[in-house]
Design a protein. Structure first.
Length: 346
C-alpha cells in the first residue's frame, strides 16, 4: 500500500517510515522539519524508490490538499504533533495550533480526498496518540481503551482534543479511522530532550543527571521499533472506529530507569566513578502525573500483538546506539531547548 506518514522525520514517525519501506510499502513522508524533525532519521531509506519526502506543515491546509492529490495514498498515518510536556507548559499555544488545528486540517483534507475518490472501502486514517490523555493512575490499575479521559497538561489536553476530533469525523462523516494510544517510547533517534537520551548524554558529558522530584513517577516503557510494528498492524487489521492501547509491558520508576542506564554505561564506557553519582534531584514538573500503565489486552487478543523487547534489552540497545552515533546527536545540541530545563514558565 501507499502510506502518507505525517511527522515522518520525527522519533516515532521515522521508525514507522523505515519499517514500512522495509516491508515494501510506498511511503510519502510529510514533515515540517521543526526543531525535533531530522532528515538523518530516515537517511537509510532516502534513496529508496518507495520513499518520497514532502516538506509541509499540517497547519497549511492547501499544502495538504496538494500532497494528497499528487500522491494518492491508500492510507494516512497521522503522527505529526508537538509532544514534549515541558514545552507545552512554556508555550501551550504551539500545542493547540499543531495538535488540534493541525489534526482538524488533516481530517478535513483526508475526508475531501476520500470523498473525491469515491469513498474507497480500503482507505484508512490512523491517528496516533498517547496514554497521557487518560490522566494519572495511583499505585494500582491500568489504562484501558474505556478509561475516561482526564488530561493534566497542555500537551495531553491537546492530544485528547485531537482524539475526540478523529472520533467525531468517523461518527459524523463516516471517515474510516483507527486510533492508537501508546505508552512512553524510547530507542534510537530519540530527540535529546526526553528522559532517556538526557540521562545518556548528560552522563557521558559528566554533567548532572536531572531527575524530577524523587524519581518515583512510574511509566510503561515501549521500545520504538516495537511501537512501529504495532502501528502498521493496527493500520492493516484494526477494526474501523476502534482504538487500541499499545504498551511495552515494562513498568519502571524513573529513578530505577535512570540507575539502569547508568549501570549499562558503567559496563560499556567505564570511568573512575559510577555514573549514578551524577544523579541530581531537581524541582518536580508542574502537574507531574504519578503513574501511567497500559492494559494491552485488546491489541493482544484481537490482533495478536505483544512487545518483543524487554526494557532491559531495549535500554542496552539504546545506550549502544547513542555510543555508536555521536555525530547524530552532537549535530542536535544547538537546537532550541536542548540541554535546557524547560517547563518552568508556568
Amino acid at each position: 500500500m501507499k502510506i502518507l506518514v505525517t511527522g515522518g522525520a520525527g522519533f516515532i514517525g521515522s521508525a514507522v517510515v523505515r519499517l514500512a519501506v522495509a516491508r515494501g510499502h510506498a511511503v510519502v513522508n510529510l514533515d515540517a522539519l521543526t526543531y525535533a524533525g531530522c532528515l538523518e532519521n530516515i537517511a537509510s531509506v532516502a534513496a529508496d524508490p518507495l520513499y518520497v519526502f514532502e516538506q509541509a506543515d499540517i497547519r497549511d491546509r492547501a499544502a495538504l490538499d496538494r500532497i494528497l492529490a499528487a500522491h494518492q495514498p491508500d492510507a494516512v498515518m497521522h503522527l505529526a504533533a508537538e509532544s514534549h510536556v515541558d514545552r507545552s507548559i512554556d508555550c501551550p499555544g504551539d500545542f493547540i495550533e499543531t495538535n488540534i488545528t493541525g489534526t482538524y486540517n488533516m481530517l478535513e483534507a483526508a475526508r475531501r480526498y476520500w470523498v473525491a475518490r469515491g469513498k474507497p472501502e480500503a482507505f484508512r486514517f490512523h491517528h496516533i496518540s498517547t496514554d497521557e490523555v487518560y490522566g494519572s493512575l495511583g499505585a494500582e490499575g491500568m489504562f484501558t481503551e474505556d478509561t475516561p479521559y482526564d488530561p493534566r497538561s497542555p500537551y495531553s489536553a491537546s492530544k485528547a482534543s485531537s482524539d475526540h476530533l478523529v472520533r467525531a469525523w468517523h461518527e459524523t462523516y463516516g471517515l474510516p479511522v483507527v486510533l492508537t494510544n501508546c505508552s512512553n517510547n524510547y530507542g534510537p533517534f530519540h530527540f535529546p530532550e526526553k528522559l532517556v537520551p538526557v540521562v545518556i548524554l548528560n552522563a557521558l558529558a559528566g554533567k548532572p543527571i536531572p531527575v524530577y522530584g524523587e524519581g518515583l513517577n512510574v511509566r510503561d516503557w515501549l521500545y520504538v521499533e516495537d511501537h512501529a510494528d504495532a502501528l502498521l498492524l493496527v493500520l492493516g487489521k484494526g477494526a474501523l472506529g476502534r482504538s487500541y492501547n499499545i504498551g511495552g509491558e515494562n513498568e519502571a520508576r524513573n529513578i530505577d530507569l535512570v540507575k539502569t542506564i547508568c549501570g549499562i554505561l558503567d559496563q560499556k564506557r567505564p570511568k573512575d566513578a559510577p555514573y549514578a553519582d551524577q544523579i541530581t534531584f531537581v524541582q518536580d514538573r508542574a502537574g507531574h502525573d504519578l503513574r501511567y500503565a497500559i492494559d494491552p489486552s485488546r491489541i493482544r487478543d484481537e490482533l495478536g500483538w505483544r512487545p518483543s523487547v524487554t526494557v532491559e534489552e531495549g535500554l542496552e540497545r539504546t545506550v549502544q546506539w547513542y555510543l555508536d552515533n555521536e555525530d547524530w546527536w552532537r549535530a542536535l545540541q544547538n537546537r532550541d531547548g536542548v540541554g535546557q530545563r524547560l517547563g518552568t514558565k508556568g
